[in-house]
Design a protein around this ligand. Structure first.
Ligand code: ACO
Length: 324
């Protein structure tokens, strides 16, 4: 058995933060941001009405509606997030309550930075293939605006908030085809320490510790080196040709990273859909948000062959080959 995506949902907060808005906050400008990242604007959540626990429920409800299922039939919920408004319970538990899911359904969250949704998807597929779940909700949500260093022009221009979700249903088919990789030794180039640890509470600069720390140049080099290699390895492992792939659905972190990946793979950039200009980097929400947009605008059709790939803090980088 394998899990087929039968429904998609997404939610982006209403507030738009443009590059011009950012140029009033830090020393930057629209031209620099557009040229270096492809981003024109991003969505920023309202701290009262767009908490991660609220955004993810909206995306989950839309995915349930899109799939045409009764939420009572969901037997597993997995949510990817690094920026939850709750230490516990999990956001999967919040979804469980708000959707009125049965107590026969298991729940847990996954933290794997930007590739979190892929990690959650792979975990869900493991449950389905093992016969332990038939209908799974896989969500991703981030409110990076709460953790970005708004004084660092090298990072605050990149991120945006949002949520996405998919429903997977067990069907006959090939097992999940994926590769997951990590490099703990490179964790320092992208991390966010938890300042609430007792040893940290009284440290000088403790507020800084609650913010993202990122060496953008290192992350850029890592992504343009490892992601094309990962996709080539995926094609070799599962014996498919890159030419036969309909869409390469990449984590929306930087348009230049996507362009460099297309070039290294010698695949037309037209096969790399992008919404980063409107969303910025929504971290673990980025892939389901893009998939939902592609479904809505008719780009995504049954039977299409997709490569989905993501990378981020950890460092981590994951890719899947999916027959949609
Ligand atoms: N506006 C104007 N100038 C800027 C800005 C800005 N927003 N940011 C940096 N600069 C300046 C720098 O200070 C530097 O100036 P200098 O030459 O005088 O020192 C110059 O522009 C070039 O800086 P670089 O860092 O070399 O610029 P680069 O082309 O690498 O772009 C960027 C920086 C956009 C951050 C890029 O490196 C990047 O996108 N990296 C990947 C980051 C990423 O994707 N992170 C998320 C990963 S996913 C996750 O898990 C969260």
């Amino acid at each position: 058995m394998t899990g087929k995506i039968i429904g998609l949902g997404s939610y982006l907060p209403a507030k738009v933060l443009t590059n011009d808005d950012l140029s009033k906050m830090v020393d930057t400008n629209d031209e620099w941001i557009t040229e270096r990242t492809g981003i024109k604007e991003r969505r920023i959540s309202d701290p009262l009405t767009d908490k991660p626990s609220q955004m993810v429920v909206k995306a989950a409800m839309q995915a349930v509606e899109d799939a045409g299922i009764d939420p009572k039939d969901i037997d597993l919920i997995v949510t990817a997030t690094t920026t939850s408004d709750l230490m516990f319970p999990t956001l999967s538990c919040v979804i469980h309550r708000e959707l009125g899911v049965s107590e026969e359904c298991g729940t847990f969250d996954v933290n794997s930075a930007c590739p979190g949704w892929i990690a959650a998807y792979n975990a869900a597929q493991g449950f389905i293939e093992g016969g332990n779940a038939k209908l799974v909700l896989v969500a991703g949500v981030e409110c990076t605006s709460n953790f970005v260093n708004w004084e660092d022009r090298g990072q605050c221009i990149l991120f945006g908030d949002g949520a996405g979700a998919a429903i997977l249903r067990a069907e006959e088919g090939k097992p999940n085809q994926f590769i997951m990789r990590s490099s703990g030794k490179r964790m320092d180039c992208l991390h966010c320490d938890n300042a609430m640890q007792p040893a940290r509470m009284n440290e000088e600069g403790f507020k800084e510790l609650t913010k993202f720390n990122m060496d953008g140049r290192e992350v850029f080099k890592f992504a343009v080196t490892e992601v094309p290699k990962l996709i080539r390895d995926l094609a070799a492992k599962f014996d498919f040709s890159l030419e036969d792939v309909d869409w390469f659905v990449m984590h929306q972190a930087n348009a230049r990273i996507i362009e460099a990946t297309a070039k290294k793979l010698k695949v037309s950039l037209d096969k790399f859909p992008m919404n980063i200009m409107r969303t910025g980097n929504t971290s673990s929400a980025s892939i389901p948000v893009l998939l939902k947009e592609m479904k809505d605008n008719g780009q995504l059709k049954r039977g299409m062959k997709l490569v989905i790939a993501s990378f981020g803090g950890g460092l981590t980088w994951d890719a899947n080959y999916i027959e949609y």
